[in-house]
Design a protein around this ligand. Structure first.
Ligand SMILES: [Zn+2]
Length: 406
């Protein structure tokens, strides 16, 4: 599941007619076929070898496949191409270590497809509680108008869940939020114990399931293990599990929306670590020059959830504060004392505490790192005004109107 695709989207219950449902299911089948074709082509890939076919090459192969298979040719090229795009994105996420490697799609599991280049007239409201969306080769399909559809819808995804319910999710890029023009720069560190630490000293935590809900999830998982395959009971338990997990995802999305809006409003520049560099230097084991900060018990699932939340946060920030999000090389940010700039692994007293071996400065380890990220960004704004260049954003040159610091 591409969580990234689900962010900033509003989901609605779709109510296709039986005839429409059949075509929708065909679209799903085509998307699944194309996705699995791409998986197969990448299956031969091994580290060190030339990479698998890229998106352009796969598009050529899709054209060939359409020439070969009539049932595929009969389907929507948009649906099929977008399945390839989704796959390319999933591979990029995998190489960026933000997601697991994409796997085979099976019939009835996470079925769906995406339509892009949506025009303003493709979504309409027909009555108080009913809307319609135009789907290629299907026509107008009704959905429950449970809340306002955001303006500027560019694409949507139609999915079918385990229970056979259809949904449509509209994706819209939010309007950028104007900078406060205070010249303030904030450093944001992706923590392990906390979700994000700000250089202002704030600690942010992505909400997850409550203890009661976690206990219920565990009970359900045990029930699932005991339930017979294909039984009614099993599918009921599965549905209950999916519901709990969806609740967690929704909370995370809400948190990302609120946090990104808040940061975009409060600060002119939001400095974050460069995810790609970050993951290279912060593997669970770590490297010589930058020992890993992720302790073993935090590895695995928990880390994956945090990483997903972090990735979403940065993407949303880039939407809401375009040009104001600077990506900083995170090396040494966790080992450098923010007070005296002495760098030593030993200063990292524990997961949570930074205690400088040179000057005795102590701080929350994540906040110390966030301050270093902020200072690197500030140093770059100074350098860009004519000072000596220092480590700075790896993604872009600062914009003129942002050079207010120093
Ligand atoms: Zn120090």
């Amino acid at each position: 599941m591409l969580i990234g695709r689900l962010i900033g989207v509003s989901r609605y219950r779709l109510s296709p007619t039986p005839a429409q449902e059949q075509v929708l299911a065909e679209h799903c089948g085509h998307a699944r076929f194309v996705w699995n074709l791409a998986i197969e082509q990448h299956a031969h890939w091994k580290p060190g070898r030339k990479s698998g076919p890229g998106f352009a090459e796969q598009c050529r192969q899709l054209t060939q496949a359409r020439a070969e298979f009539e049932w595929l040719r009969g389907g929507s090229i948009v649906v099929q191409q977008q399945a390839l795009k989704d796959f390319a994105q999933a591979m990029a996420n995998f190489f960026g270590k933000a997601h697991r490697k994409p796997t085979w799609r099976k019939r009835g599991q996470g079925e769906g497809f995406r339509i892009v280049a949506v025009k303003a007239g493709d979504v309409r409201r027909v009555s108080r509680n009913v809307g319609e969306v135009r789907v290629a080769k299907v026509g107008w399909v009704r959905f429950r108008w449970s809340r306002a559809v955001p303006g500027g819808v560019k694409s949507y995804r139609i999915t079918r869940d385990h229970a056979g319910r259809w949904h449509v999710a509209f994706a819209a890029i939010p309007q950028p939020i104007p900078a406060p023009k205070t010249g303030e720069v904030v450093g944001v560190d992706r923590g392990v114990a906390v979700s994000a630490a700000l250089s202002t000293g704030e600690l942010l935590v992505v909400p997850t399931l409550r203890d009661m809900e976690k206990a219920r999830l565990l009970r359900l998982l045990r029930k699932l293990a005991r339930a017979k395959r294909g039984s009614n009971r099993r599918s009921k338990v599965k549905q209950a599990i999916a519901k709990l997990k969806a609740r967690e995802t929704n909370r995370r999305k809400d948190w990302v929306e609120k946090t990104s809006t808040d940061l975009a409003r409060r600060f002119d520049v939001i400095a974050v670590e460069d995810l790609k560099v970050g993951y290279m230097t912060r593997s669970a084991k770590g490297t010589l020059e930058a020992p890993g900060r992720n302790v073993r018990q935090k590895a695995g699932l928990n880390r994956g959830i945090l990483a997903a939340g972090w990735g979403l946060l940065v993407r949303r920030l880039e939407h809401k504060a375009p040009g104001r999000v600077w990506k900083i090389d995170p090396r040494y940010t966790s080992q450098t004392c923010n007070a005296c700039k002495h760098t030593a692994r030993e200063s990292r007293e524990s997961q949570a505490l930074f205690l400088c071996v040179a000057c005795g400065w102590r701080d929350n380890a994540d906040i110390n790192a966030a301050k270093n990220i902020r200072d690197t960004a500030v140093g770059h704004t100074v350098a860009a005004r004519g000072g000596a260049p220092s480590g700075g954003p790896v993604n872009r040159e600062p914009q003129r109107d942002l050079l207010l610091v120093g």
